[in-house]
Design a protein around this ligand. Structure first.
Ligand SMILES: C[S@@+](CC[C@H](N)C(=O)[O-])C[C@H]1O[C@@H](n2cnc3c(N)ncnc32)[C@H](O)[C@@H]1O
Length: 266
C-alpha cells in the first residue's frame, strides 16, 4: 500500500487514523496490519488488500449477499453479460455511458463503493486514481485478475459501503453501480458517499429497477439474486441528505435501470 493511500484511510467506525504495522506469522513470513493503538484497532492486510470487516460483523441483507457474491464470483461476469443480453442492453455501451456521466478529470481520485469484479475499471479514463471497495473477497479476487489482464491500476479494500474506511472529503468522484438495491442500510451508504466526497464532487448511483428484478427472478442461476427480495426497489431519492445540489433522477434503458446523481455543495 502506498503512503498516499495510507493518508486517506481511517477506521470505518471511529474514523481513527491508522498506521502500518507488521509481525511474523506462524511460518515466519511478516504479516501486515493497519493499526490504531489508542482505540485498540487492527485490520489485516492480505496481498496488499486491507480487510475492514470481519464475517461476524456482517448482518442483515448484507450477510446474505456477501454469501451469494462470494459463491458466484467466478461466474458473475458471464451471468451479468447474459442478464444484460436478455434485457437487450449492451454491457459495453452501458459501462461507457455510465463512466462518461461521472465527468472524471485527469488526476481525480475516484471511488467505487461496490466495485465487484471491476467491470467498470477498463472504461475509466487513464490518469485518474482508482479506489474500489467491496464486501465480497471473492468478487475482489476476480477484480484483481481483471486488473492484471487489462493493465489497470487500482487500490482495493474489503469493507462495507455503509461504513467506509476513508477520511472525510478525499474523493473527486464517488459512485456505486448495481449494489445498493440490496444493501442493508441504503441511507447510511449514501451518507457515507457524501462524507468521503470532496466539496463540489459528483456522486452517482445506478441499479436495476423493480421491473427488471421481477423479470430476472424467473431466469435460472440469475434468480439467486432476486429471490427472497425483502423490499420493493425504488430509486433512493428520498435518502439523499438535505442540501445536495444538481439532483437528477431518471430511468434509463426503457425503464430497466434507475440513475441518480447529485453534487456535494462547495
Ligand atoms: C451486482 S454487483 C455489481 C458489481 C459492479 N459494480 C458491477 O457493476 O458489475 C453488486 C456488488 O455489491 C457488493 N456489495 C453488496 N453489499 C455490499 C455492501 N454493503 N458494501 C459493499 N459492497 C457490497 C457485492 O459484493 C457485489 O460485488
Amino acid at each position: 500500500m502506498s503512503p498516499t493511500t495510507l493518508e486517506i484511510l481511517c477506521s470505518p467506525q471511529e474514523h481513527a487514523p491508522l498506521k502500518v504495522a507488521s509481525e511474523p506469522s506462524h511460518n515466519g513470513e511478516p504479516v501486515q496490519f493497519l493499526v490504531n493503538g489508542e482505540h485498540g484497532l487492527r485490520f489485516p492486510v492480505r496481498k496488499g488488500v486491507p480487510i475492514f470487516i470481519a464475517p461476524e460483523e456482517i448482518t442483515g441483507i448484507n450477510q446474505r449477499f456477501r454469501g451469494i457474491y462470494d459463491r458466484w464470483a467466478p461466474y458473475y461476469d458471464l451471468l451479468s453479460r447474459v442478464g444484460l443480453y436478455v434485457l437487450g442492453i449492451s454491457e459495453i455501451e452501458l459501462r461507457r455511458n455510465f463512466v462518461a456521466s461521472l465527468e472524471i478529470k485527469p488526476g481525480d481520485r475516484v471511488l467505487a463503493t461496490s466495485v465487484g469484479t471491476g467491470s467498470d475499471l477498463p472504461f475509466l479514463p487513464q490518469g485518474c486514481k482508482l479506489y474500489g471497495l467491496d464486501l465480497s473477497p471473492q468478487m475482489l479476487a476476480v477484480c484483481e485478475k481483471k486488473m492484471r489482464k487489462f493493465g489497470v491500476q487500482a487500490e482495493l479494500f474489503i469493507g462495507n459501503a455503509e461504513h467506509l474506511p476513508f477520511k472525510a472529503e478525499m474523493f473527486d468522484v464517488v459512485y456505486q453501480m448495481g449494489g445498493i438495491n440490496f444493501f442493508s442500510d441504503q441511507e447510511r451508504a449514501i451518507r457515507e458517499m457524501v462524507r468521503v466526497a470532496k466539496k463540489g464532487s459528483k456522486i452517482v448511483i445506478m441499479d436495476e429497477t423493480e421491473k427488471v428484478a421481477r423479470m430476472l427472478e424467473n431466469i435460472p442461476l440469475i434468480n439467486a439474486w432476486f429471490r427472497h427480495q425483502q423490499r420493493p426497489i425504488v430509486p433512493p431519492v428520498a435518502l439523499i441528505p438535505p442540501g445536495m445540489e444538481e439532483v437528477e433522477s431518471r430511468e434509463l434503458y426503457n425503464g430497466k435501470a434507475w440513475y441518480l446523481s447529485f453534487r456535494k455543495p462547495r
